[in-house]
Design a protein around this ligand. Structure first.
Ligand code: NAP
Length: 392
């Protein structure tokens, strides 16, 4: 039991860009009585973050500050043992993430992060899923823009469709956003090790197996015409469809034969061509060490978009779902995807694990399987949109 631990939530990485926004979010929105603390490797910058947070909510002026450095295993074990839920924004996760996942799996501590790195997530599954299942820890990766809108959006869509029939869902993302230094460094790390990503995915498939008596697929067919408005679509090879498929494998409600396709939607053909060329160039440059070093200089860790820029950013993810003779169109939408909304989604995920009445789960689990309706309720109250556009 973790109820008698000193903190409900410890936030590790508060001195970074996404971590600082998450600290401000918790200061303004944590459920009354939540016992929480900030953790990091640098006491002086942690104190500055606490001052910022106290400007949002003066009651946070005495927030405890805990020392934790991923290079010091004992300090990581200490925060995992002191909290019911640990939030980490210490990335790139492939570089810094493993010690905390290991410590939480061992201590039975719930864990949420912002990892959009498939290799890291698959490796953590292979190494710690069983131990976390035994200890009761819920290890929930991708609790930001990667992959909550897709995961909970598909969950929401499936619930509008009939039960026990084959279901087909497609998601079309429209987005206007920016990247921080931490996101750039993590993305280049993914592009630079595609063979590592494929081998971790293969190994995971071998160990995990398929859901008994049901079929779950990610659509590999060429990008369809957008079925939810005008424009062009591109395949979007990000983490989201894998997370959706894991939720579908975990939850019978997704039916006996579930298929999901994930696409980027753009209004003009020139936009589609430009994006495809840009992604191809970035991928190619990331393979060459000198070009990779240059790319990494584009944005340093700790840097991110200003509040003014974030206020202009937005996203919408529209889903077309069909099955059992019904068709539905739904939407998840919000403001600045990568940071303002990500801090909100991450903060609410931790609060949900700490305070809500949830289905019994353990091990590496998705947001839909671990939190589902309770997290959607929280996000809607916090200002995100989940709605049915067309009920067929
Ligand atoms: N999934 C999504 O939608 C999403 C959205 C936003 C961000 N992200 C991910 O979130 C992560 C953080 O992004 P960011 O922009 O906030 O990065 P960032 O500003 O560079 O922050 C990194 C944080 O990690 C800390 N850190 C680094 N090495 C450490 C160590 N050895 N021990 C303890 N702390 C250490 C840094 O502490 P110091 O201040 O002491 O250096 C800082 O607090 C990235 O992996 C990014 O890809 C994902």
């Amino acid at each position: 039991m973790t109820a008698d631990r000193p903190y409900d939530i410890v936030l590790f990485g508060a001195t970074g860009f996404a971590g600082g926004l998450t600290a401000e979010y918790l200061a303004g929105h944590a459920d009354p009585g939540t016992r929480w603390a900030l953790a990091g490797r640098n006491q002086a910058t942690l104190t500055e973050v606490r001052d910022r947070v106290a400007a949002v909510n003066p009651a946070c002026a005495d927030l405890p500050l805990l020392h934790a450095d991923t290079a010091d295993t004992a300090s990581i074990e200490e925060i995992a043992g002191a909290a019911r839920v640990v939030i980490t924004t210490v990335g790139p996760y492939a570089q810094h993430g493993e010690p905390l996942v290991a410590a939480c799996a061992r201590a039975g501590t719930d864990y949420v992060d912002l990892a959009g790195e498939p290799t890291f997530i698959d490796r953590m599954y292979l190494k710690y899923h069983e131990e976390a299942t035994r200890s009761g820890a819920r290890i929930v990766h991708a609790c930001g823009f990667d992959s909550i809108p897709a995961d909970l959006g598909v969950y929401f869509t499936v619930k509008q469709l009939p039960e026990d029939v084959p279901l087909h869902v497609e998601g079309f993302l429209r987005v206007h956003g920016d990247v921080s230094g931490g996101t750039l460094h993590s993305a280049i790390g993914i592009f630079a090790d595609v063979p590592g990503m494929m081998s971790a995915e293969r190994e995971r498939r071998r160990v995990e197996g398929r859901p008994a008596g049901r079929r779950v697929r990610i659509s590999r067919r060429p990008a369809p015409k957008t079925r939810v408005g005008d424009g062009w679509t591109l395949p979007l090879p990000v983490l989201d469809p894998q997370i959706v498929a894991r939720s579908a494998a975990a939850l019978d409600r997704y039916g006996p034969d579930f298929c999901y396709g994930h696409y980027l939607a753009v209004r003009r053909l020139a936009g589609a061509v430009g994006l495809a060329a840009g992604a191809g160039a970035l991928f190619t440059l990331a393979q060459l060490p000198p070009a990779r070093a240059l790319l990494l200089r584009f944005r340093a860790p700790g840097e991110g978009p200003s509040a003014e820029r974030r206020a202009r950013n937005w996203f919408s993810l529209t889903f077309a779902g069909e099955g059992g003779g019904r068709r539905v169109v739904t939407e998840v939408a919000g403001g600045d995807p990568g940071y303002t909304e990500t801090a909100r989604m991450l903060g609410e995920s931790a609060l949900c694990l700490a305070h809500d009445d949830l289905p019994e789960t353990a091990g590496q689990v998705t947001t839909a399987a671990a939190m589902g309706d309770a997290l959607i309720d929280r996000l809607v109250k916090a200002g995100l949109t989940f709605r049915v556009l067309d009920a067929g």
